[in-house]
Design a protein around this ligand. Structure first.
Ligand code: GNR
Ligand code: NI
Length: 172
């Protein structure tokens, strides 16, 4: 297993539209293992392949505190959405920023699991929010895209400035 590097906004690779997974093999399962290691270490409750620079339609989540409910969703599709919920969202690709985003409260999703089997599941609460957030990543979309242009630019500038200071610190 290996921890992967998470791309950060405004990296243009985060804007890539991911293509469907064609085969679920041991190679992909090993990569999924690396994604879990990366997500749990961060720590985060979800991770899309896009964030670790693999532009395939694959996401993972585990919204529990004790790592007890890992989910792997390959080629996910939302079949139904119901209700509206607003919550504070954060993103490992936009570190340190939390803003209110509106999502469907309840969703029904079809996907392929890590065995390559077709599955359907229903989700609500934080799991539903997380799946929608991850599916946005697969389309090159970030939660900051729901904010005003001014807010998004402010976050972009602050992150770039922080990173400039970080790389300078490594040289010193
Ligand atoms: O760890 C994460 N927490 C989170 C909190 C509220 C709404 C969405 C998320 S997902 C995020 C991890 C991440 O960036 N996944 O893409
Ligand atoms: Ni994210």
């Amino acid at each position: 297993m290996a921890k992967l590097k998470i791309l950060e906004f405004p990296d243009p690779r985060l804007r890539t539209k991911a293509t469907p997974v064609e085969v679920v093999d041991d190679n992909l399962r090993a990569f999924i293992g690396d994604m879990f290691e990366t997500m749990y270490a961060a720590p985060g409750i979800g991770l899309a392949a896009t964030q670790v620079d693999l532009h395939k339609r694959l996401l993972i989540t585990d919204v529990t505190a004790d790592k007890s409910e890992p989910h792997v969703l390959i080629n996910p599709e939302i079949l139904e959405r119901d209700g509206v919920t607003i919550s504070d969202e954060g993103c490992l690709s936009v570190p340190g920023y939390y803003e209110e985003v509106e999502r469907a409260e309840h969703i029904r999703v079809r996907f392929i699991d890590r065995q390559g089997e077709a599955q359907e599941m229903e989700a609500e609460g934080l799991l539903a929010i997380c799946i929608q957030h991850e599916m946005d990543h697969l389309d090159g979309k970030l939660f900051v895209d729901y904010l005003s242009e001014a807010k998004r630019q402010r976050i972009r500038k602050k992150l770039l400035k922080e990173r400039r200071h970080q790389s300078a610190a490594v040289v010193l």
